[in-house]
Design a binder for this molecule. Structure first.
Ligand code: PLP
Length: 474
């Protein structure tokens, strides 16, 4: 591709993106294709000869776009969001253009130093304790894996790093998390060699939050049985229902028993930029590590996960490597983020965060987050007031868990599940909105999460109207 054509298609694609964003609500939110349909429309082998950008771009629009689920659609209420925004997209262009590999300070001093600056900004915005230091990872899954590895090494005085699992020391290490924790904790436990048998799922209460007394009981029982309690992963905003594990009592238990406390606030952490929501992090000073994802609810393109830790030495001692070819004269004066996580290679992720925070301003970000929380409260009130629907969990921030449950019929749990599943599928097939489900204490539950960058009250009202209209046919 020559420069002239690059310029031409660069302009054309920016225009296309701006139009896409302007008309996104005309697309079906959930891709309306069958499995295999997209792959069947594509050639089985790569082209031998160069192809024109015109043809490639046309195939993107004609073949791939229909197979996309539109995460930036304002009626996307599914899962947790992966929202973006105009400044974030522009920064991603620049990151791609620079194509820098930001593994050590020397490979792009601005990338390392901007990462220090923006993580300090986030630190300040969330009101995190003074003693935390931040670094950007790709995802919360990776951040949690880093925490588990650090906890493992601290508990064994770095013996597993040195000698592996030979002497069986890892067999007695135990990790605790709630039964409502995200699957990334289980994955991290498997990867880091604790093994699933060494993961204790602590029961949650009626609010789906971890019960601290049950945690303490499990730790004491394990200690008595000769195990070595090692790490607790608490969740601020669980995936199923945004339940809030009580950090203060959990932190006090960890402090008393000398356990590593990692706090996973993947989506909900962003809410702490609101002074009135800071209480969700009450007790965070007990944490050894904390993660939240600006790529979920802070209008910053995937991927961008902010990891904060009390003792960066635990991180660097766990991950440090120093081959001759990476040594530089600046090593003693600078941070080399290659030692703050798993991969050596690092993208310039700080740039998009810097663009977003500057372009929205802290106040602009707060307004959006506050509006989402208020809309969730309003949706909750509609569910509460309607005898045909039932609220399934406390609404702690921006997620409403509910189900259709007509008060004038006696329906079994099985029938309720069938009806709600059919209702969800019908709405998602319509392309007008997208919600997903979970299971709470065994009950099939619909989840509606309000967090998309451009969702307004009108979109939430429409979703409620569609839900009620479809439900009346069942
Ligand atoms: N933790 C929680 C509470 C989550 O809800 C999620 C994803 O939704 C994750 C971790 C995993 O996030 P990531 O995709 O960044 O690994």
């Amino acid at each position: 591709m020559n420069r002239k054509s690059f310029r031409k298609y660069g302009h054309a694609m920016i225009d296309w993106i701006a139009d896409y964003m302007e008309h996104i609500d005309e697309y079906p939110v959930l891709a309306q294709v069958e499995p295999g349909e997209i792959a069947d429309s594509l050639p089985k082998s790569p082209p031998e000869e160069p192809e024109e950008m015109e043809a490639i771009f046309n195939d993107f629009k004609g073949i791939l776009l229909p197979g996309m689920t539109h995460w930036q659609h304002p009626s996307f209420f599914a899962y947790f969001p992966a929202n973006t925004s105009e400044p974030s997209i522009l920064a991603e262009f620049l990151t791609a253009a620079l194509g820098a590999q930001c593994m050590v300070w020397q490979t792009s001093p601005a990338a390392t130093e901007l990462e220090e600056v923006v993580t300090d900004w986030l630190h300040h915005m969330l009101g995190l304790p003074e003693h935390f230091t931040g670094v950007i990872q790709d995802t919360a899954s990776t951040s949690t894996l880093c925490a588990l590895l650090c906890a493992r090494e601290r508990a064994t005085s770095f013996a597993i790093n040195e000698h592996g699992f030979r002497d069986g020391s890892s067999q007695s290490l135990i990790v605790y998390t709630s039964e409502e924790a995200h699957s990334s904790v289980e994955k991290g436990v498997k990867i880091s060699g604790f093994g699933k048998d060494q993961l204790r799922l602590i029961p949650s209460g009626a609010d789906f939050a971890m019960i601290p007394e049950e945690l303490e009981r499990a730790i004491n029982a394990d200690s008595k049985d000769g195990y070595l309690p090692c790490c607790v992963v608490a969740t601020v905003g669980t995936t199923s229902s945004t339940a809030m594990d009580p950090l203060r009592p959990i932190g006090e238990i960890c402090d008393h028993h000398g356990l590593w406390l990692h706090v996973d606030a993947a989506m909900a952490g962003t809410a702490a930029i609101l002074p009135e929501m800071r209480y969700i992090l009450d007790g965070i000073e007990f944490a050894d590590s904390f993660v939240f994802n600006p790529h979920k609810w802070m209008f910053t393109n995937f991927d961008c996960s902010a990891y904060f830790c009390k003792d960066p030495k635990a991180l660097t001692s766990t991950f440090e490597i120093l081959p001759e070819y990476l040594k530089t004269d600046a090593d003693l004066q600078v941070k080399n983020f290659r030692d703050w996580g798993i991969p050596l290679g690092r993208r310039f992720r700080a740039l998009k965060l810097w663009f977003v925070i500057r372009s929205f301003g802290v106040k602009g970000l707060q307004e959006k987050i506050r509006a989402h929380i208020e809309l969730a409260k309003e949706f909750e009130s509609w569910v509460r007031e309607d005898p045909q629907f039932e609220l399934m969990a406390p609404v702690t921030i921006n997620l409403v868990c509910f189900r259709y449950h007509p008060s004038n019929h006696t329906l079994s749990e099985e029938e309720l599940e069938q009806i709600n599943k059919a209702l969800m599928d019908e709405l998602n097939r319509s392309g007008k909105m997208f919600i997903t489900h979970t299971r709470l204490k065994g009950k099939f539950t619909l989840r509606l999460c309000i967090a998309q960058t451009n969702t307004t009250r009108e979109h939430v009202q429409d979703a409620w109207d569609q839900l009620r209209a479809s439900a009346s046919n069942f």
